[in-house]
Design a protein around this ligand. Structure first.
Ligand SMILES: Cc1cc2nc3c(=O)[nH]c(=O)nc-3n(C[C@H](O)[C@H](O)[C@H](O)COP(=O)(O)OP(=O)(O)OC[C@H]3O[C@@H](n4cnc5c(N)ncnc54)[C@H](O)[C@@H]3O)c2cc1C
Length: 525
């Protein structure tokens, strides 16, 4: 039997962030990971052909690069091999008429493109961006504070002192607004609304879902201000650097050994038992980077004292599923809208709000969307090291999909299990790509398709292929993530703590929950 101060279950980046910070504070820490590879939803692998390196899930590391965790450990992570690639032309949308609209860090370039559609909208963009400069510290301060906490209250107090009650009301309204309502109040042209709204569907916010305005606003303004960041050689660079840093701080990582049971004695978590029968004792904390539904549904023995809590966790809703199509390419797509698109990290194929609403409604009804939303990542346009000379990889994320299929909205794909239909559905996706980039299909050298169910097979936290590890709708976010009363990472079991995308501040590569939890446990650095 082995004993540590803390055992972290799951080597996702949140679990690793918690482990690093605790190890840095002198705790002895072991991280136990079920997969043979660390990283969870952040991994880079040859998935198609030799020499073509694909980001299995997350590609955009802007949240990591902007995180308090990175600010604290930046130098050490870089010393342990972390490489980031800044992106100037961040995201663009393509439209049915063969045009595009995108955001680059050059304000004149972005505002110029918007101005060609509507001079009023160009002014509105500049205004919103100008306000973002002074709003951002408060908004990011809130997103980077435990919820609820004195720190969060101080952020609100400071914002009120600096900006007044009017600003607080406006910000609260924005937090509650749907993407459409937020955008309609500020912009006129449908293309700019579509370009921003597409970010809502990276989470589970269709244009008319309350609470969905925040992400389109933040992504649009943050990309304008800071650009995007991807990993040099792949997003896995952060995991490589984090695992190396953890080891130099004395932490241990056990791979390929899923935790099967949390050991609890007299209401206190005391350690874990692994699938291979080994037991690891935790003297101070068992930290779970495992989805809370799996933790309490499978790894904990039932306890009548926990019944109400367990019932609420059981009701924690997944967001819709996603699908990843990884392509090895002979060249970048020849976008109808122009070669300029080849310099953007993301191209959204989400041409209007009506189709985004339709896709969401179809997916929520269990139907394979007739025309899904695509996020086409072009990492090798910015980091050629990921593919052989002159060749490229494409990262195609399909949003949003049902986990369980009831039928096909266009009535052509037969089958209700993802294993049966995933290739036919990937063909539909590539046909859509072909409309916007004629000839793209002929450039495909190899492809790897991960259905929502395949994603879950790779990482059990992605239940039903939910890339968010839990819907981010308002009733499951902020104070309510994962459930009311437990947003500060504790559980009804003493010494058992939660972190990860299912906890505040939610999904993404910002390492927020792991770092905030570790700071609470070990004190601030
Ligand atoms: C397809 C896709 C694309 C995405 N794109 C982006 C993007 O571009 N940018 C961005 O910021 N975010 C993106 N996200 C979201 C982001 O990647 C995740 O929210 C984030 O990586 C979650 O990190 P985590 O540490 O909370 O958990 P995870 O990364 O899910 O890690 C959890 C770990 O726990 C392990 N585990 C589970 N059960 C057990 C057990 N019983 N025993 C031991 N180990 C166990 C799992 O194997 C896994 O390694 C994407 C997600 C997906 C799925």
């Amino acid at each position: 039997m082995t004993a540590y101060d803390a055992v972290v279950i799951g080597a996702g980046h949140n679990g690793l962030a918690a482990a690093i910070h605790l190890a840095a504070q002198g705790w002895s820490v072991a991280v136990v990971e079920g997969c043979s590879e660390p990283g969870g939803a952040v991994k880079t692998r040859e998935l198609t052909l030799p020499g073509f390196r694909h980001d299995f899930a997350a590609m955009n590391l802007s949240m990591f690069a902007g995180s308090p965790f990175f600010a604290t450990y930046k130098d050490e992570l870089i010393a342990h091999g972390l490489g980031l690639v800044p992106v100037r032309r961040c995201f663009a949308s393509v439209f049915r008429d063969g045009t595009c609209l995108g955001v680059s860090t050059d304000l004149e370039e972005t505002a110029g493109a918007i101005g060609a559609l509507s001079s009023e909208d160009a002014e509105a963009w500049r205004k919103l961006f100008g306000e973002f400069g002074t709003d951002a510290p408060h908004i990011f301060g809130l997103l980077g504070s435990p919820m609820p906490s004195l720190a969060a209250a101080k952020v609100v107090w400071k914002a009120w002192r600096e900006k007044g009650s009017g600003w607080l009301y406006d910000t609260a309204r924005m937090l509650l607004a749907s993407p459409r309502d937020f955008l309609d109040a500020r912009f006129r042209h449908d293309k700019i609304k579509a370009m921003m709204s597409a970010w809502g569907l990276h989470l589970d916010f269709a244009p008319d879902v309350a609470g969905g305005a925040l992400f389109p606003y933040l992504e649009s303004m943050a990309n304008q201000a800071f650009g995007m960041v991807i990993g040099r050689g792949g997003a896995g660079t952060i995991i490589k650097a984090m695992t190396a840093l953890l080891k130099t701080k004395g932490g241990e990582i056990l791979l390929g050994t899923p935790v099967e049971r949390i050991e609890v004695s007299k209401g206190v978590a005391t350690g874990v038992t692994l699938a291979d029968g080994r037991t690891i004792t935790a003297r101070k904390a068992v930290i779970s980077n495992v989805h809370p539904k799996l933790l309490f549904g499978r790894l904990m023995s039932a306890d009548p004292a926990r019944e109400a809590f367990d019932r609420k966790i059981e009701k924690f809703r997944a967001g819709p599923g996603t699908m990843m199509i990884h392509l090895a390419m002979d060249g970048l797509p020849d976008w109808k809208a122009g070669a300029v698109l080849n310099s953007f990290a993301y191209v959204h194929v989400a041409p209007d709000l009506a189709m985004m609403s339709r896709v969401y409604a179809e997916a929520m009804a269990g139907l394979l969307p007739a025309e899904p939303v695509l996020v086409v990542g072009q990492p090798t346009a910015l980091d050629p090291s990921r593919a052989p000379d002159g060749r490229h990889v494409l990262w195609v994320q399909v949003r949003v999909l049902p986990a369980e299929i009831q039928g096909d909205a266009s009535g052509t794909i037969v089958g209700t299990h993802w294993d049966e239909v995933k290739n036919a559905y990937a063909d539909r996706v590539l046909d859509i790509l072909e409309i916007y980039a004629p000839g793209a299909k002929a450039k495909i050298l190899g492809r790897a398709v991960f259905s929502p169910i395949d994603l879950e097979r790779e990482n059990p936290n992605l239940i039903g292929g939910d890339n968010l590890s839990g819907s981010h709708h308002l009733d499951q976010n902020f104070l309510f993530r994962p459930i009311a009363g437990y947003s500060r990472y504790r559980t009804p079991v003493k010494s058992l703590y939660l972190c990860g995308a299912s906890t505040w501040p939610g999904a993404g590569t910002g390492a927020g929950s792991g770092f905030m939890l570790a700071k609470m446990l070990a004190g601030k650095r």
